[in-house]
Design a protein around this ligand. Structure first.
Ligand code: SAH
Ligand code: SF4
Ligand code: F3S
Length: 469
């Protein structure tokens, strides 16, 4: 048994990260034949992409996917630790699985993802959730076939979580959930240690993939017919900083742009590492989409400092306006946390004034949730939950006004849309280059193509359009 330890996970070693190649355990081949699986995913795109690897590994040993967990022989929860409610959702699901297992004792249950990296969670599983068959962390997803085999052979609960990251694993199998858009990892982990955030503990130190591995993956996606890639990392702008070669995010964007992929997106960008050169590369290359997710978190310098974000409100605004100037049609979205410990009314008003200045095209807003082991969790907090909820409500009201305004600016414009599918009302839907959701009538055979659509109606969360050509 290998148990997690958050204090260990905090350490950053100087060990050189090299790459290894994925290998399935030969003896596990066939253990899933005739059996079905269901994977439930919580959290960010990183987790969604991990799930794509997990599904492919399960199919490699014979399992087949079902779309209802109640019909599955194996259920895996790929969990998220970012806020308390993500925790609660996963534990709620474990409660439902417990009932299911009472009527179906052969049900196999696994838990992985960021929560598996927390010792408190694993302790609780050991004490109260003995019906969970296996647990693995974010650093050893590639060992799934070994762990399954061990559980199948011994019948014992198998727990293998490493607190420290290992090497980068290349050639992981992948079952992509979309046939036109693909996620491509470029950098794992995070070294920023924003004081509220658990990610640097659950995902380990910053490790960039080799540029050639990324470019080769994008090229093969092009050959498979993919139109769009999203380059993934907790802080993509730090890409390359840990490599031995002199190669940065600008270089990577330039090189990926030279492949024949039609659309390139990237998330998430930390404002601190956003260089002028990066702005130029995005402005210059037509297949790099004019959309940037640039989390600000707060508009108060006092709170930004307590959050350890390493920029001031003024620096953020300078960067923001520079992007808007040099990439004129660029849409910019953000993340904001309200109710950080002892955030005053004045601090909150500064966040509102920043929102009023930036008029974000889209945003995600959250109430601060203390995460055990992080620096902010030690801060005392006098602000009531009611007050925090009121702030979130006020913030969302302001944000929504600007989402609508941003969408209204699109009225009568002709936009490029990658058609992704049909919605429940029978209309086609897709995203504009600026990442706006648009619905329009059209033929199903357009799915998978990039077409021109005229915007005819603007709502807060989406656009309506009609095919232009
Ligand atoms: N790496 C990304 C974001 C990762 S988490 C970045 O730095 O931008 C996504 C968002 O969740 C964060 O931007 C932040 O707004 C929010 N978040 C992270 N930890 C949180 C916490 N403890 N409580 C509330 N929101 C949190
Ligand atoms: Fe968390 Fe900050 Fe890293 Fe983003 S940059 S993952 S918020 S520590
Ligand atoms: Fe959640 Fe882990 Fe992603 S904590 S947001 S799943 S990196």
């Amino acid at each position: 048994m290998n148990l997690p330890n958050l204090l260990e996970a905090k350490k950053r070693n100087k060990d050189k990260v090299i790459k290894e190649f994925y290998k399935v355990n030969i003896n596990a081949k066939g253990i899933g034949i005739g059996k079905s699986y269901y994977v439930k995913t919580y959290g960010c795109q990183m987790n969604e992409h991990d799930t794509e690897n997990i599904k492919a590994m399960l199919e490699e040993v014979g399992f087949s996917e079902v779309d209802d967990y109640e019909k599955a022989d194996l259920v895996i929860l790929n969990t998220c630790s970012i806020r308390e409610n993500a925790h609660n959702k996963a534990f709620g699901m474990l409660g439902r699985l417990k009932h299911l297992k009472e009527s179906n004792p052969n049900l196999v249950i696994g838990l992985c993802g960021c929560m598996a990296q927390e010792e408190k969670v694993v302790d609780e599983i050991l004490k109260k959730y003995s019906f969970v068959n296996f647990v693995f962390g974010t650093h050893n997803i590639n060992r799934l076939s070994d762990l399954l085999l061990e559980n199948f052979n011994t019948g014992n609960q198998v727990i293998e979580v490493f607190s420290s990251e290992g090497n980068i694993i290349e050639d992981m199998p992948v079952k992509r959930q979309n046939s036109y858009k693909a996620y491509v990892n470029i950098i794992y982990g995070c070294d920023k240690f924003c004081t509220y955030c658990i990610v640097p503990f659950t995902r380990g130190k910053q490790r960039s993939r080799q540029p050639q591995d990324i470019i080769d993956e994008v090229k093969s996606l092009v050959n498979e017919g993919y139109k769009e890639v999203t380059l993934l990392g907790q802080n993509v702008n730090a890409y390359g900083k840990d490599l031995d070669i002199d190669y940065t995010m600008e270089d990577l964007l330039n090189d990926v742009s030279k492949t024949k992929i039609e659309r390139i997106r990237f998330v998430t960008s930390h404002p601190w590492d956003f260089t002028d050169e990066m702005i130029d590369v995005i402005a210059k290359n037509k297949n790099i989409m004019p959309y940037i997710h640039l989390p600000v978190q707060s508009g108060s310098n006092r709170i930004l400092k307590l959050m350890g974000r390493r920029y001031t409100k003024e620096e953020y605004l300078t960067l923001f306006h520079k992007i808007r100037e040099r990439i004129p049609n660029c849409s910019i979205s953000t993340d904001i946390i309200v109710g950080f410990p002892n955030e005053t009314e004045e601090d909150f008003n500064e966040t509102l004034s920043l929102v009023n200045e930036c008029k974000f095209d889209n945003a995600f807003s959250f109430i601060y949730s203390p995460r055990e082991g992080t620096a902010a969790a030690k801060l005392k907090d006098d602000i009531t939950l009611e007050e925090k909820e009121q702030r979130l409500y006020t913030l969302n009201d302001t944000l929504n006004k600007y989402f609508l305004e941003s969408n209204q600016k699109m009225l009568n414009k002709i936009v490029d849309v990658l058609v992704e599918g049909k919605n429940e009302k029978g209309k086609l839907f897709g995203y504009t280059d600026t990442n706006k959701l648009i619905n329009f009538a059209g033929d199903e055979n357009l799915i998978g193509n990039i077409i021109k659509v005229k915007v005819i109606e603007a709502k807060t969360w989406s656009l309506d359009g009609e095919i232009y050509e």
